[in-house]
Design a binder for this molecule. Sequence first.
Ligand code: APR
Length: 314
Amino acid sequence: MAHTRKKIAVIGAGFVGSTCAHWTASKELGDVVLLDINEGAAKGKALDLYEAAPVELFDSRIVGTKDYKDIAGSDVVIITAGLPRKPGMSRDDLLATNAKIVKACCEGIKEYAPNSIVIVISNPLDAMAYVAKQTLGFPRERVIGMAGVLDTARMKTFISEELQVSVKDVHAIVLGGHGDDMVPMPRHCNIGGVPLTEMLSQEKINAIVERTRKGGAEIVGLLQTGSAYYAPAASAVQMAEAIIKDQRRILPCAVELQGEYGVKGLFVGVLCKLTGKGMEKVVELQLNETEKAGLANSIKSVQSLVDALKNIQY
Ligand code: APR
């Protein structure tokens, strides 16, 4: 009998990758292939997770490998390979090293999973998504960066904590690049439908916006040895789930703009409709002057990263 279970490949079996495998299996999105140049880590973590299935009762097979041929037929591929940042580093400091790694991963994906939908997590995110798209040559619908779901998750956490309300009732939007000048959008946030601007003072909102922008660095500062992985992995798996189940969710993702917001050819965080086809549609918001200026500033940073890539051999 032909098997119809979905297949999800996770490239990179480090903290982010193994946590992606964990959420994917526990949600039973499909079978999981965990790939890493460190074969022992990939195989060991995959087997360990697989052995949790009889306890957690999930029907997902998890295998580890270093061989790209094992990702053949994957519906979704999540790229997590690359160095994480250490205290004092910005995401941009990872540019040259991670560009080489992401390019190598995409060459394998292009050869063995040419019909997959690819979600990029490696940092600096917007530039790595750009490298992935250039290497893969896939249409923009099938190369999607994970940043906005994480940045909004952080913002929602801080809002729910401040107001002591359920995270389930908090809605938030963050646009722009996945850097310190990302653009949290307080005017578009609400709690159970009530605008955030009616629930919190401007001062409190400003503090939440600032903490959201520096959310990644806050975790790096605490961990000292690497960067965040639970929330980044959960965010990528939410995107994978929207795709695998054709949920048609509206989520903020980094995608190649093709004229939206007046930008062409750059990966920028915008609201997207995620379906079984991948990123089916960019949902463009009406921005006020302050929001437009914030987005333009963030896009400038993404552009300078992409310009820097042009001077790097990768
Ligand atoms: N192919 C496959 N795997 C690779 C390659 C490669 N060319 N190069 C490195 N790796 C693997 C490493 O062997 C390691 O297991 O990538 C993994 C990275 O894991 P960690 O060091 O634990 O890093 P992690 O915290 O998972 O972060 C990975 O995600 O959020 C981003 O900024 C973060 O870029 C970083 C990435």
